[in-house]
Ligand binder design. Structure first.
Ligand SMILES: NC(=O)c1ccc[n+]([C@@H]2O[C@H](COP(=O)([O-])OP(=O)(O)OC[C@H]3O[C@@H](n4cnc5c(N)ncnc54)[C@H](OP(=O)(O)O)[C@@H]3O)[C@@H](O)[C@H]2O)c1
Length: 286
């Protein structure tokens, strides 16, 4: 079992370039899945207050028996806890639920710009990092204008931005802007929600798209592995969720082959403007 390579963040910390998504698993399920995933080489675990599974994540971590410093645990503050004091309380509650002393990465889950509290939330993040309760700080679903405000008003840029990203939502401009600012990009729904999602309302699941099947046949890989390789080959950090041990195992086995440039481009051509893209100027989450 080989571990995924790591990526250096702008604060000097290292993050594994592959993670385990935990939504929508509930406590009992995720507590079982984490030890299985750890056995397959997963070291990054992505949870959030709003997934309602931090207790199970903590149980899974203890059951996995991996030394704490070898794991990379992420959680996220929900919209209802935005604001300086509420954010600090929220982190304490997350640590308590997971029975951890610190998290490796703390994210603002959504900017909720109409509430206009994400800058105050960010100031709490900066202090939590200084206090050692979180090792790295970042955001999720932040657009360029939201990032600019953090930089202009606090002087501190996030280390990570976790955004919706898969071949049909390739986020070329957003990725380029994050890269320009030195912010690492994590991909949520990296498999376009996988076999359970129907492709544009048809009968076919996303991972059965003929183009993906064709590329998969060429490399002797599954369509899921092709899509996940497309992420890592761009320097992105995908966070696929699976509760199935065969898919968990296959998904992370993407560091021993590469896609030709022409195939990378063919996969990117799936971004034809038809997929629904989450708009964080409008969509607020609490
Ligand atoms: N920051 C945010 O706002 C945000 C939003 C959404 C999600 N996230 C994070 O991103 C993670 C992943 O996103 P997601 O769960 O929406 O989507 P995803 O990882 O793209 O897809 C997960 C779905 O695909 C299936 N699947 C996994 N591997 C597969 C494979 N190799 N072949 C076929 N199907 C496969 C899974 O089912 P099985 O379990 O049965 O394998 C599950 O139904 C979440 O768990 C969460 O941690 C963050």
């Amino acid at each position: 079992m080989a571990l995924a390579p790591t990526v250096k963040l702008n604060d000097g910390n290292e993050i594994p370039q592959f993670g385990l998504g935990t939504w929508p698993m509930k406590d009992d399920q995720i507590a079982d899945v984490i030890p299985q995933a750890a056995e397959q080489g997963y070291r990054l675990i992505d949870t959030a207050v709003n997934y309602g599974n931090e207790v199970g994540v903590g149980r899974g971590i203890r059951a996995a028996g991996i030394p704490r410093e070898e794991l990379f645990v992420t959680t996220k503050v929900p919209g209802r806890h935005h604001g300086y004091d509420a954010t600090k309380r929220s982190l304490e509650e997350s640590l308590e639920r997971m029975q951890l002393d610190y998290v490796d990465l703390y994210l603002i889950h959504w900017p909720n710009p109409k509430e206009d509290k994400y800058v105050a939330t960010w100031r709490a993040f900066v202090d939590l990092q200084k206090e050692g309760k979180v090792r790295s700080i970042g955001v999720s679903n932040f657009k360029a204008a939201h990032l600019d405000r953090l930089r202009d008003e606090t002087g501190v840029l996030p280390s990570v931005n976790q955004i919706q990203l898969y071949p049909s939502v390739s986020q070329i401009d957003a990725s380029a802007y994050n890269e320009q600012l030195g912010i690492a990009v994590e991909s949520w729904s990296p498999l376009g929600r996988g076999a359970n999602a129907k492709y544009y309302g048809g009968d076919e699941s996303y991972l059965d798209i003929p183009l993906l099947r064709e590329v998969a046949a060429k490399y002797g890989k599954t369509t899921g592995q092709i899509v996940l390789r497309w992420h890592v080959q761009q320097g992105l950090i995908p966070l696929p969720k699976s509760s199935n041990v065969e898919r968990l195992t296959a998904n992370i086995a993407v560091f021993d082959f590469s896609l030709e440039d022409s195939d990378m481009q063919r996969i990117s051509s799936l971004d034809d403007g038809r997929a629904e893209v989450a708009n964080s100027d409008e969509r607020q989450e609490f």
